[in-house]
Design a protein around this ligand. Structure first.
Ligand code: NDP
Ligand code: 8X3
Length: 258
């Protein structure tokens, strides 16, 4: 079903994006992998090409830059232009602060990446999908797009925006053959918390202490599920949480010796 399809993944250098790359590669899809850390993309591409004999095109880009996205998509070699699946995954949380103490640069980074980056990428690729009347956009949202938590107002706002964009897009595309899905995870252990806490590994580790979080592969499985339904089936939304998590702020933790 995915063999020889072309799948573009943003934020493929780490975590959920890299896991999606592995899962789609194993199904025989050809991949366009995007991120800023190009060396990581090259290493992942070499590994997946070796393991699965697929083709991979890597692009170094910052999704906050409309110019970089436009240039990169225009420069795609012809055989890569017909993108079947776009996985809008690149994103981050920056800081965990009361709004009145928040860093403006953190807000810019989250809104520019999680909302505007997703919009720019979608705006660039969707017209090609409409021309071929075929395609699937899968956004990575979050539990934070459904429930707000203290000190998370701006990150949550960015993921509520992803939720709204996903719903709106589905309405705008009604009558076409293009599907739109969102996969919305709870806690997943990736570099996410290290990025949120700006390299403070101890604080990042504490997020997952005493509980079993999701892995990036768990989320990639859900993305793969969306992508492998028959063409007439659109999975609107998957909310996927660790068993140890009941809501954004409700996590069951066990002491180390239990
Ligand atoms: P990681 O930090 O492990 O990965 C984030 C990816 O996004 C990296 O590949 C990074 O690549 C890329 N990225 C970040 N900023 C940019 C940018 N400006 N331009 C291009 N790429 C960028 O975190 P996750 O894998 O956990 O996060 C992936 C998505 O999942 C995010 O949208 C996040 O909000 C969402 N999510 C994560 C959850 C979690 O608990 N981990 C839960 C719910 C949702 P590079 O630095 O090379 O540019
Ligand atoms: C990431 C999950 O709960 O840290 O989107 O916001 S959470």
């Amino acid at each position: 079903m995915l063999k020889n399809k072309t799948v573009l993944i943003t934020g493929a250098s780490s975590g959920i994006g890299a896991a999606c790359a592995s899962q789609f590669a194993a199904m025989g899809a050809n991949l366009i992998l995007c991120a800023r850390q190009i060396e990581k993309l090259h290493a992942l591409a070499a590994q997946l090409q070796n393991a699965h004999g697929i083709e991979i095109h890597t692009i170094m880009l910052d999704v906050r830059s409309k110019e970089q996205i436009t240039a990169a998509i225009h420069a795609l070699p012809d055989k890569w232009k017909a993108i079947d699946i776009l996985i809008n995954n690149a994103g981050l949380a920056a800081g965990l602060d009361f709004l009145h103490e928040g860093q403006v640069q953190d807000w810019e980074d989250m809104i520019d990446t999680n909302v505007k980056g997703l919009l720019y990428m979608t705006r660039e690729i969707l017209p090609h999908m409409l021309k071929q009347n075929r395609g699937h956009i899968i956004n990575i949202g979050s539990i934070a797009g459904h429930q707000v938590y203290p000190k998370g107002a701006v990150y949550c706002a960015s993921k509520f925006a992803v939720n709204a964009i996903t719903q709106g897009l589905r309405m705008d595309l009604l009558g076409s053959r293009i599907r739109v899905s969102t996969v919305d995870p709870g806690a997943v252990e990736t570099n996410f918390s290290k990025v949120r806490f700006k390299g403070d590994e101890q604080r990042a580790a504490a997020v997952y202490e005493g509980m079993q979080p999701l892995t990036a592969l768990d989320v990639a499985d859900a993305v793969l599920y969306c992508a492998t339904r028959p063409a007439h089936v659109n999975i609107s939304e998957i909310l996927i949480m660790p068993t140890d998590q009941a809501a954004a702020t409700m996590v069951s933790r066990k002491a180390k010796d239990q």
